[in-house]
Design a protein around this ligand. Structure first.
Ligand code: ATP
Ligand code: MG
Length: 237
């Protein structure tokens, strides 16, 4: 579904991602782990078309999408929840959700049924659907940006550290929802610092270190490694 081939991402003369290769099968959940500055967000942004690809290729559903613009990637079926997780603060929860479907507004019945489905999945959002999004708690805002991304009916969902800053009980709920999105058939690439949680929901894992893939494998195998923390936290960034 998603294939990243020898991807290199640069900020000026500095290479943040130094030729990485990985793929995510249709309906699978892959997690990209690594320390601060390892190149995780840069990888997601390049896939989403928000950063230029210095070298290498990105294939989406078998099609070469290298160099496409973010809006073209959205049209192709990609949705990304960036680290910044911005809601439209003055709009209600419901209005935020509807905006997520802007690429398919003509599909009125589809949009309505997706909205119902997402409210069933995120009951806290349903209870607060008329509330201004800016007044939601951090965890609720995080649920809203994920639900809004799902309103585009993406084939592939990129999540950048969705659990960051959330209380443990909310983190548990969030991961339960990510597992449900996977069960609905969405292909997911999940960037996380919470490796333990990410490896519980993922099929496969890639550990980035200093812009390169240091380790990869089945999530259960990576989770079983005693040296997991040292794998990516060791040796600095
Ligand atoms: N706009 C930028 N200009 C210059 N360098 C950047 C820029 N954005 C990121 N970098 C550098 O690229 C490298 C990778 O950053 P990136 O944000 O991809 O890391 P990350 O793995 O997402 O880290 P974190 O876990 O802290 O979010 C870092 O060394 C960072 O300083
Ligand atoms: Mg990041």
């Amino acid at each position: 579904m998603l294939e990243v081939i020898d991807l290199e991402v640069r900020y000026g003369s500095i290479a943040a991602v130094k030729g990485i290769r990985f793929s995510v099968a249709p309906g699978a959940l892959a997690t990209l782990l690594g320390a601060n500055g390892a190149g995780k967000s840069s990888t997601l942004l390049a896939i989403a078309g928000a950063l230029p690809v210095a070298k290498g290729k990105i294939l989406f559903d078998g099609v070469d999408v290298t160099g496409k613009k973010p809006e073209q990637m959205v049209q192709a079926g990609l949705a990304m929840v960036p680290e910044t997780r911005d809601v439209f603060p003055d709009l209600t929860v419901d209005e935020n959700l509807r905006l997520g479907a802007y690429t398919r507004l003509r599909d009125k019945s589809g949009v309505a049924s997706d909205r119902e489905r997402l409210f069933a999945l995120f009951p806290r959002l349903q209870e607060r659907k008329e509330q201004a999004a800016g007044t939601l708690s951090g965890g609720e805002q995080q649920m809203l940006v994920i639900a809004r991304a799902m309103m585009a009916r993406p084939k592939v969902l990129l999540l950048d550290e969705p659990s960051l800053g959330l209380a443990p009980v909310v983190v548990d709920q969030l991961f339960a929802m990510i597992a449900e999105l996977k069960a609905l058939g969405t292909t997911i690439l999940l960037v996380e610092q919470n490796a333990t949680k990410a490896l519980q929901v993922a099929d496969s894992a890639f550990v980035l270190r200093q812009g390169k893939i240091a380790t990869e494998g089945r999530a259960s195998d990576i989770a079983a490694r005693q040296d997991l923390n040292a794998l990516y936290l060791g040796g600095g960034m």
